[in-house]
Design a protein around this ligand. Structure first.
Ligand code: NAD
Length: 260
């Protein structure tokens, strides 16, 4: 019988990453979860995934903004899961401010977590993937890897950067059975986005429904949020054997946003 594959999903304690982790576990993969949050809730998620799907699930709270923490997490994954076969770089943060007022420390944090972390996990995961002549790397980018919005300079720079990084890695490992792709969601209703709605409604003097439709979904032609389940299924397909010829791509799942 084939050994279970092992997946690391960074930022998998919430939102898109949590849904991806659930989908990969449902497809029989052992998991390394990562991200911040309430320790008891994370432990409950970890045991639920392990119990529901009969797979091994570990958790490492490495700060993806720190090289040393990423290195420690990756050596743990090598020792306790036998290496990472499927790497999903998902952890991400946002900060919104005009470029001439953008806090320098926020710029560095966004670039570190949304871009440089993927360089570190990738360089540390690749030797095992190359040895096995099989691997899957999926980088959760954004529609902002393809188009810009004002006041999101660091996020847009990091997401455009991850698209270029993904293509470069894909070319380097194409003959080793390893694929690398970037997935670009439009607006997904995660806790991160949900939290912004009441504040925006108050600030603009409009209803929460108007915020969703006229502010958040203004550029999303379907006028509905992409769901975490849709992103998770898409990513899981890219991580399957059937997706062996899909590599070096920057794939949209954005309700038509970037068709404008
Ligand atoms: P979220 O806030 O719900 O989840 C983010 C995850 O990253 C959490 O698990 C959090 O703990 C973790 N994280 C944050 N900083 C970290 C750090 N320093 N080290 C380790 N983990 C850290 O957000 P989400 O909406 O699920 O976003 C996930 C990814 O999807 C991000 O890369 C984001 O840019 C991207 N994305 C989101 C949307 C959207 O509309 N929600 C759209 C496009 C792309």
């Amino acid at each position: 019988m084939q050994k279970r594959r092992s997946a690391l999903v960074t930022g998998s304690t919430s939102g898109i990453g949590l849904a991806i982790a659930g989908e990969l576990a449902a497809r029989g993969m052992n998991l390394m979860l990562n991200g911040f949050g309430n320790a008891a809730e994370i432990e409950a998620q970890r045991t639920r995934l392990a119990h529901d799907h009969g797979v091994e699930v570990l958790y490492d709270g490495a700060d993806m903004g720190r090289q040393d923490a990423i290195e420690t997490m990756m050596s743990r994954a090598a020792q306790q899961l036998g290496g990472i076969d499927v790497l999903v770089n998902n952890a991400g943060i946002q900060h919104v401010a005009p470029v001439d007022e953008f806090p320098v420390e926020k710029w560095h944090a966004i670039l570190a977590i949304n871009l440089t972390a993927a360089f570190h996990t990738t360089r540390l995961a690749l030797p095992h993937m190359k040895f096995n002549q099989w691997g899957r790397i999926v980088n959760i980018a954004s529609a902002h890897a393809l188009v810009a919005s004002p006041y999101k300079s660091a996020y847009v720079a990091a997401k455009h950067g991850i698209a270029g990084f993904t293509k470069t890695v894909a070319l380097e490992v194409a003959e080793a059975g390893i694929t690398a792709n970037a997935v670009c969601p439009g607006y997904v209703l995660t806790p991160l986005v949900e939290k912004q709605i009441p504040d925006t409604a108050r600030a603009r003097g409009i209803t929460e429904e108007q915020v969703k439709r006229d502010v958040l979904l203004a550029a999303q032609p379907t006028k509905r949020f992409v769901t975490t389940e849709e992103v998770a299924q898409f990513v899981a397909f890219l991580c399957s054997d059937a997706a062996a010829s899909i590599t070096g791509t920057v794939l949209s799942i954005d309700g038509g946003w970037t068709a404008h």
